[in-house]
Design a protein around this ligand. Structure first.
Ligand SMILES: Cc1cc2nc3c(=O)[nH]c(=O)nc-3n(C[C@H](O)[C@H](O)[C@H](O)COP(=O)(O)OP(=O)(O)OC[C@H]3O[C@@H](n4cnc5c(N)ncnc54)[C@H](O)[C@@H]3O)c2cc1C
Length: 301
């Protein structure tokens, strides 16, 4: 039986795997992808040691570091159930495989929140996307809408400013809420129209997106765009975790040692209730969780 299974290979899971490898634990990483949100982040200017690096570049660095330790990993796999069973942790994958380990670190992070308006599902990947870093280059010279005025929305607008013809930044709150430095850059651009107090009511098109309907201060408006970037925040990937305490937003509750309320189940990074969701924080939390697992296993022995 494995000492440890790590779920996720974002900054938290990858860092946990480096620490687990250095402690010579018998472990495996199971993950849907490598890099997590970092892979679709734009410009990163706050990860210590790099004054500037893009998300995809940092992901390559993370992966190289992990691979150096010959970490056993199953990629393109999704855990659909995790629970404590007897003295071990039991997991099931979407392919129906089951596995067991003495401990688990849940580092499954967050994914994009959906708009839940008519047309969203129909036009997903047909002009409507949740990833500016992945898809912005497809919209060169096009008119686009970015939905969301927080850090994700501003990050998307900043990336699109280098590519798109015009950007409508649709924001439901009275003013933008992202980092002031990003707000300044976006607000100063002639390419961006900021629409505060504005709510998306539907997405429309034929084969591909041709526009978005919005409600601004009770008035309906129609914007002709060929691309829509939904950037309205994230939800924790914690639905598959059973019997573990979560907060009202679904984040897994952890103590300063990354222990959950269930013995042997640890969690780290954005999926937890730690304040602030950042790469440097997720990486630090991943290392703490792996060291916590090491101590726990020593105690068991
Ligand atoms: C657009 C954008 C820009 C950002 N810019 C910055 C920035 O400039 N600086 C900064 O510090 N932070 C930034 N962040 C935040 C930062 O990316 C996150 O805080 C960080 O990636 C969290 O790391 P994590 O490992 O906890 O989770 P994630 O990065 O979300 O990784 C989760 C991992 O778990 C896997 N996974 C999820 N569910 C399952 C499952 N059921 N089974 C198996 N695997 C699963 C995923 O595939 C992924 O590999 C940005 C985020 C976004 C979205």
């Amino acid at each position: 039986m494995y000492d440890l299974i790590i779920i996720g290979a974002g900054p938290a899971g990858i860092t946990a795997s480096v620490y687990a490898a250095r402690k010579r634990l018998n472990f495996m990483v199971i993950t849907k992808d490598i890099g997590g949100q970092t892979a679709w982040s734009g410009d990163i200017e706050n990860y210590t040691g790099y004054q500037f690096i893009t998300g995809p570049e940092l992901t390559v660095k993370f992966e190289e570091h992990m691979r150096r330790y010959n970490v056993q990993m199953r990629e393109d796999e999704e855990i659909i159930k995790l629970q404590k069973m007897g003295s071990s942790v039991w997991l099931k994958t979407a392919k129906g495989e089951e596995c067991e380990a003495k401990t688990a670190i849940i580092a499954s992070g967050k994914t994009s929140r959906e708009l839940n308006v008519p047309g969203e599902k129909e036009f997903k990947n047909r002009g409507l996307t949740y990833c500016a870093t992945c898809d912005a280059p497809l919209f060169a010279g096009k008119e686009v809408a970015v939905i969301g005025g927080g850090n994700s929305g501003l990050d998307a607008a900043l990336q699109l400013m280098k590519i798109a013809k015009h950007i409508y930044l649709i924001n439901i709150t009275p003013s933008l809420t992202g980092d002031p430095i990003m707000q300044e850059k976006v607000s100063e651009s002639e390419l961006v129209t900021v629409m505060n107090y504005t709510k998306v009511t539907s997405v429309f098109g034929d084969k591909f997106v041709t526009g978005v309907r919005v409600k601004r201060e009770e008035k309906d408006e129609m914007l002709k765009v060929q691309g829509i970037f939904v950037e309205i925040g994230l939800v924790p990937n914690s639905k598959f975790v059973e019997g573990v305490e979560k907060n009202e937003w679904g984040e897994i509750k952890v103590n300063p040692y990354n222990e959950t309320n269930v013995l042997g189940i640890f969690a780290a990074g954005d999926v937890t209730d730690v304040p602030e969701k950042q790469i440097v924080i997720a990486a630090g939390e991943g290392s703490k969780a792996a060291l916590g697992v090491f101590k726990y296993l020593n105690h068991l022995r």
